[in-house]
Design a protein around this ligand. Structure first.
Ligand SMILES: [Zn+2]
Length: 194
C-alpha cells in the first residue's frame, strides 16, 4: 500500500503543475493545448482521486479514525492543509459561477473554450491537490498507513498515546526507522515538483 504513495505524489504534483499553468492561461483567454491533452489531464485527475480515496480508507483502517480525511488533514503540514482547503473552496466558487453557462460539461471532440478550461482546471487543481496532500502527508508519516501498536502488539489509535487494552505507551509499527522529513524538506519537494 505504501508503494502507492510515491507514484501518487509524482502524478498529483505533475497534475497540479499542468492545472496551474492551464488555469492561468484560461484566465488570460488562452487554451494552450489539444483535446487529447485535456482528456488525459481529466482522466489523470480521476485516477488521482481514486488512489487518494483508497489511501484515505486505508489510513482510516490503520488509525481507527472514522473521519480519515479530516484526520489526515490535521496531520498535514500547515501550508498543505491551507492549499487543499483553499483550492477546494476556489473550485466551488468557480463551479457555482459556471453553473448554467455550459462550461462545466465536456463532449468528446468539441472545441474547448477558455471558460470551459477555466472551470475544468479549477477542478483539476482541487482534486490533484487532494492527491498531493494525501501522498505528501503519508510519505512524511508512514505510521498513518502502517498503524501503531503497543509493545504487546495491541493496535493503538493514532490519536492515543497509550494502549487502550494494557496501558503501555504506543509505538509506530514497522515505521520506527523511517525517516520523517521536516517541513523544510517538504517545502523543497514542493518547489522541485514545480
Ligand atoms: Zn497493549
Amino acid at each position: 500500500m505504501i508503494a502507492l504513495v510515491v507514484p501518487l505524489f509524482v502524478l498529483s504534483a505533475a497534475g497540479l503543475a499542468v492545472a496551474a499553468v492551464s488555469h492561468v492561461a484560461a484566465w488570460l483567454g488562452v487554451v494552450p493545448f489539444s483535446n487529447a491533452t485535456f482528456e488525459v489531464v481529466t482522466g489523470g485527475m480521476g485516477i488521482t482521486f481514486l488512489a487518494a480515496t483508497f489511501l484515505i480508507i486505508r489510513v482510516g483502517q490503520a488509525t481507527g479514525e472514522a473521519q480519515a480525511f479530516k484526520f489526515l488533514l490535521t496531520q498535514a503540514v500547515w501550508w498543505v492543509r491551507a492549499l487543499v482547503i483553499g483550492l477546494f473552496v476556489y473550485m466551488l466558487v468557480i463551479a457555482i459561477a459556471a453553473s448554467g453557462t455550459g462550461s462545466n460539461s465536456y463532449v468528446v471532440g468539441e472545441v474547448i473554450s477558455a471558460a470551459k478550461l477555466r472551470t475544468f482546471s479549477a477542478a483539476w487543481l482541487a482534486l490533484y491537490g487532494i492527491g498531493f496532500a494525501v501522498s505528501l502527508t503519508i510519505r512524511g508519516k508512514p505510521a498513518l498507513l502502517l498503524g501503531r501498536k503497543c509493545p504487546a502488539g495491541h493496535p493503538v489509535r493514532a490519536s492515543d498515546q497509550f494502549c487502550a487494552t494494557c496501558g503501555a505507551p504506543a509505538v509506530n509499527s514497522q515505521a520506527r526507522n523511517q525517516q520523517t522529513p521536516t517541513p523544510k524538506s517538504n517545502k523543497l519537494l514542493f518547489f522541485l515538483a514545480f
